[in-house]
Design a protein around this ligand. Structure first.
Ligand SMILES: [Zn+2]
Length: 184
């Protein structure tokens, strides 16, 4: 019955869909902020904060948990952001979700071990020039079937929480030691 209900709702939306709504539209794009990983706080104005710039990262508020955990392990994020792009002809139905962390340098994958399902290392771009990347990211196509307790935001938080939980299973000191050991 629930499925029927959600499809019913979808067809309702379809009927109402305006022609101008058919383009790709970014409906949720949040603003990055400067975050000091040493003090574990957001810094509104760079000049007002004493810490050296290597402690700063551009962090979406929802991703502070991931940044703090990685930093504690000796992996220093530079950027940690998420985005949800509405890909559908019907508004609010199909999304491309991205949760990504730029860790600033390539690390040996064995240091963290196997990432949770959906998460991958990205060391180079897929374009022919193969620009170097230092990214751990989760990219997902997500469909909004109209269930009451589901939304694009809650799905994003789930993905973030999933990676936080994964990082909690890692041994901080062991990761730190391995990073130093493998650094040449
Ligand atoms: Zn600071």
């Amino acid at each position: 019955m629930t499925i029927y209900h959600s499809w019913f709702k979808l067809f309702g939306l379809l009927a109402k869909a305006d022609k101008t709504d058919l383009r790709e539209e970014i409906i949720v794009e949040n603003v990055s902020r400067l975050y000091c990983m040493a003090c574990r706080e957001f810094v509104p104005v760079r000049d007002n904060h004493e810490c050296p710039s290597e402690y700063f990262a551009a962090v979406d508020r929802e991703m502070v948990g991931i940044v703090d955990r990685l930093y504690k392990m000796g992996i220093t994020p530079m950027i940690a952001v998420w985005s949800a792009i509405d890909m559908s002809d019907v508004k609010d139905f199909e999304y491309l979700l991205t949760v990504k962390v730029d860790i600033g340098r390539r690390i040996c994958e064995a240091v963290l071990g196997e990432l949770p399902a959906g998460w991958k290392y990205h060391w180079e771009t897929v374009t022919p020039d193969k620009t170097e990347l230092h990214m751990i990211a989760c990219v997902e196509r997500w469909y909004n079937f109209g269930f009451e307790d589901e939304s694009v935001e809650t799905r994003i938080y789930e993905l973030i929480k999933q990676f936080e939980d994964y990082l909690d299973t890692r041994d901080c000191e062991a990761v730190k030691a391995l990073l130093i050991l493998l650094e040449v």
